[in-house]
Design a protein around this ligand. Structure first.
Ligand code: HEM
Ligand code: FPP
Length: 299
């Protein structure tokens, strides 16, 4: 066993450890937590909170992603998209990956407790456990609503950023969480339609597998409509101004365009195009929130 572990780790490079953390997903999460921080105050954010707060959130999110790689190693080996992952392909042992996850989680929590506040740290830990334990260990295999419920963990970063700055929860960051919560089903189900056969092969009850493509596309349309409505609320409650509203309408209109294209199947590769657009959408929407915040402050 010891020899087996050693052989596996000899083949591992730093890239394998980086891959464990799902870096591109975590990067987008960090953009949303950064925006949560900036929106929380009219004054600037103190640099230790900015730097170590985001680093702490990022390390904890990376730890959750690494646990996901270990728990899912068998189903990941069945799917073409995931079969080359470091634990699945045997370049890293589950023990090494779990040890790495523990290290990231402890470092992340220590940074949050030292440089932010207890509430931010415990909410981050709850998100970590929500994704690594509740979603990955249970919901993913249990119900086609897995990503709707589990989506809360991924949606939390703007709240984590806001609380890191203020020390308390308020309505505005919950609205930002609600935007990502409503965004997650169109984001993921578009990909799940594209990869339906793989999920079926791995026996994971994703919505297109259990309820079919048509039903999933209708739900993508519905969640997209809800998401667009929710993105108008920051303007309605005077949290953001006209620049944000214009961006939310244009970006949301484009999302609806893709949801309709997908529903009608009127273009080739509509599902993967919708998925790719969803990532640009969230990125640009949060940049718009930030730009609008500073425009309003300087008016
Ligand atoms: C439960 C909630 C979520 C689920 C089930 C989910 C699912 C997925 C899956 C399966 C992929 C992999 C696509 C691939 O490798 O081909 C992916 C990619 C991605 N997701 Fe999500 N996602 C969720 C939440 C989020 C959140 C909250 C964010 C950011 C705020 C996010 C950002 C991204 C990004 C940036 C990618 C592209 C990664 C890359 O190019 O490697 N996701 N998502
Ligand atoms: C502390 C904090 C903010 C925690 C959030 C952690 C986190 C990285 C959430 C990511 C959401 C995500 C990529 C889900 C896909 O998992 P999957 O298993 O369905 O996708 P896969 O098949 O690509 O592994």
């Amino acid at each position: 066993m010891a020899t087996l572990l050693q052989t596996r780790q000899e083949n591992a490079s730093w890239r394998d450890y980086l891959e464990l953390t799902k870096p591109r997903v975590v990067l987008l999460m960090l953009i949303t937590s950064l925006v949560g921080m900036f929106l929380a105050t009219r004054a600037g954010v103190a640099w230790p909170v900015l730097v170590f707060g985001n680093l702490g959130i990022g390390l904890c999110a990376g730890a959750a992603a690494a646990v996901n790689h270990v728990v899912d190693r068998r189903i990941d080996s069945i799917m073409a998209r995931t079969h080359k992952r470091p634990v699945t392909a045997g370049r890293l042992s589950p023990v090494a990956a779990l040890g790495f996850a523990l290290l990231l989680a402890v470092a992340g929590m220590a940074l949050l407790l030292t440089f932010t506040n207890e509430l931010a740290a415990w909410l981050t830990l709850a998100s970590l456990l929500g994704y690594a334990v509740l979603y990955t260990g249970f919901l993913k295999r249990a119900t086609p609503q897995n990503i709707v419920i589990g989506g809360l963990a991924g949606a939390a970063p703007p709240l984590l950023g806001w609380v890191a700055v203020t020390g308390h929860i308020s309505a505005e960051p919950l609205l930002l969480v609600l935007i990502i919560f409503a965004w997650t089903p169109p984001h993921f189900w578009a990909l799940a339609i594209h990869r339906k056969e793989e999920y079926a092969k791995a026996d994971i009850p994703m919505l297109p597998v259990t309820h079919g493509e048509h039903y999933t596309k209708v739900h993508i349309l519905l969640y997209t409509a809800v998401m667009i409505a929710v993105t108008l609320l920051p303007y309605a409650i005077h949290m953001s101004g006209l620049l944000y509203l214009a961006c939310a309408v244009v970006l949301g209109g484009r999302f609806m365009f893709w949801a309709v294209v997908l529903y009608r199947d009127s273009r080739p590769h509509a599902a993967i195009s919708t998925f790719k657009y969803s990532i640009w959408y969230l990125f640009l929407l949060f940049i718009a929130l930030l730009a609008d915040h500073y425009l309003l402050l300087n008016l």
